[in-house]
Design a binder for this molecule. Structure first.
Ligand code: NAD
Length: 468
């Protein structure tokens, strides 16, 4: 048996095929990984379906205990999971460690939640109760930017609610997920959790599958549209967390030195490969030059290197396709703006791109209008608050946004007019398991995290009893 295996029906099994997983910092093979066949997907779904009745009937206290136990297992194996994550995803080891700890925190928090029955009416006429029932088999589809953290947005909620699961990580980042599956396999009854992998060829079968009741999907808007279309045939429940083109608006009253580090972090964390990263920075003309200069100073001091080396702040792009895509954005930046930091792919093995800042650029350029999902930030000048709100909203996306100001009341007024699921004030990228998260417009459907996210893994059932 190889080092990595699929988890199907409580057993670690080889894939019917294999595929190589590369380290994006070196382009060398990290490991040969199992690749599931359509047959193995069907076996995993059948195992999850068979495990469902007993798991759904397990008291929620016990399900909570097991979700908590999974948090213990994650914590006890933080270093191994983090090292694996860095080797396949590319992010610095400190960030990978933070991701694993964040994953454990999500499991821990979910293990404290409940799904109590609510009495809607208890009168002489009737007693009406609202129950939250599990849905059945859930299909969880995960992207490559935060393989473990995004798994933790779905898995503990789905299990706590009494569902069983088939998880599919992205083809370029399956290893940490398979290791996690191996570590927790004995915590759960067989078949409750199944993890398969693919080469971008099984997602569609999952969304069409007659025995999967819900798809919880995180990925691009283009794939999300396919998921929605394909799920229509079986009227599956769907939660879609999709792409974004987050605007960050810097008002005229900020202290540039104070806000620049938070803006830089919000744009460049994980080398810009964050659904909620700042992707368009709008700066008032009165502070435009100063903000640009502060950001340039930070960019020049940012160490870009192999994530396994100590001191690395930004790693490579995760895969070749994304690397080529971001190089296209650099070309656009050269044509339509002035590059004031970075601007090139690095001349070394791996998918490295310098953190790039582009000023004097406007809407109508690809870098402003599309989601770059990489370390290239357009900085756009504005002079009027109403005008910048209109420009920030002139997109089909609506995931996140931020407003920076020394006057919080002014910032709130702007924030309330932005069409986005989350708007931060004087920060960007602050998330926690008890704060609901979801996208507006084409950035998604539904909510994850917190009690609202948990409820999306259930069917509301009303029991209405006659009293006369
Ligand atoms: P992607 O859409 O290409 O892939 C995501 C997942 O979908 C992968 O597991 C992939 O194998 C699978 N998939 C591919 N084709 C499918 C199909 N036809 N049906 C079902 N599944 C299919 O996205 P990506 O390139 O891996 O991730 C980057 C994108 O994800 C960005 O647009 C980013 O903004 C978005 N994202 C969103 C969030 C969020 O929470 N909103 C979080 C992270 C990433």
């Amino acid at each position: 048996m190889s080092e990595f295996n699929l988890l199907i029906d409580g057993k670690m099994v080889p894939g019917d095929q294999t595929m190589a997983v590369l380290n994006p910092a070196t382009e060398e093979i990290v490991a040969q990984c199992p690749r599931a066949s359509k047959n193995q997907l069907d076996t995993a779904v059948a195992a999850a379906k068979a495990a469902f009745p007993a798991w759904a009937a397990t008291p929620i206290e016990e399900r909570r205990r097991l979700v908590g136990k999974m948090a213990d297992v994650i914590e006890a194996n933080t270093n191994e999971l983090a090292r694996l994550l860095t080797s396949e995803q590319g992010k610095p080891l400190a960030d990978a460690t933070g991701e694993v700890m964040g994953m454990a925190a999500f499991f821990r928090y979910l293990s404290s939640l409940d799904l109590p029955m609510k009495v809607i009416e208890d009168s002489g006429d009737r007693r009406v109760e609202a129950h939250r029932r599990p849905l059945g088999v859930i299909g969880a589809i995960i992207p490559w930017n935060y393989p473990l953290l995004i798994l933790s947005f779905k898995l503990p909620s789905a299990l706590l609610a009494g569902n069983t699961l088939v998880v599919k990580p992205a083809p370029t980042t399956p290893l940490a997920t398979l290791k996690f599956a191996e570590l927790v396999k004995d915590v759960l009854p067989k078949g409750v959790l199944n993890v398969i992998t693919d080469a971008n060829d099984l997602g569609d079968f999952m969304t069409k599958h007659p025995d999967i009741r819900k798809i919880s999907f995180t990925g691009s808007t283009a794939t999300g549209q396919k998921v929605m279309a394909s799920a229509a045939a079986t009227l599956k429940r769907i939660t879609l967390e999709l792409g974004g083109n987050d605007a960050s608006i810097v008002l005229d009253d900020v202290d540039p030195k104070k806000v620049a580090p938070g803006i830089f972090e919000g744009a460049f964390q994980n080398s810009g490969q964050v659904c909620l990263a700042i992707k368009r920075l709008y700066v008032h003309e009165s502070v435009y030059d100063e903000i640009c200069n502060e950001l340039v100073a930070i960019a020049k001091n940012t160490v870009v290197d192999d994530g396994s080396k100590q001191g690395t702040k930004l790693g490579p792009l995760q895969n070749k396709m994304q690397y080529e895509k971001v190089k296209g954005f650099l070309e656009d930046a050269r044509k339509n703006g002035n590059i004031i930091a970075g601007g090139s792919a690095m001349d070394r093995p791996g998918y490295f791109i310098e953190p790039t800042l582009v000023r004097d650029i406007k809407e109508g350029s690809k870098l402003v209008d599309e989601e770059q999902f990489g370390p290239v930030l357009p900085i756009i000048k504005f002079s009027d608050n109403d005008d910048v709100i209109r420009r920030a909203n002139a997109t089909n996306y609506g995931l996140g946004a931020s407003v920076w100001s020394s006057d919080v009341a002014r910032a709130h007024k702007v924030a309330s007019q932005i069409e986005a699921g989350t708007v931060w004030i004087n920060k960007h990228l602050d998330m926690a398991p008890h704060i609901p998260f979801g996208g507006a417009k084409q950035s998604g459907i539904g909510t994850e995290f917190a009690e609202e996210g948990l409820a999306e893994f259930t069917q509301l059932q009303i029991i209405n009893e006659a009293r006369t």
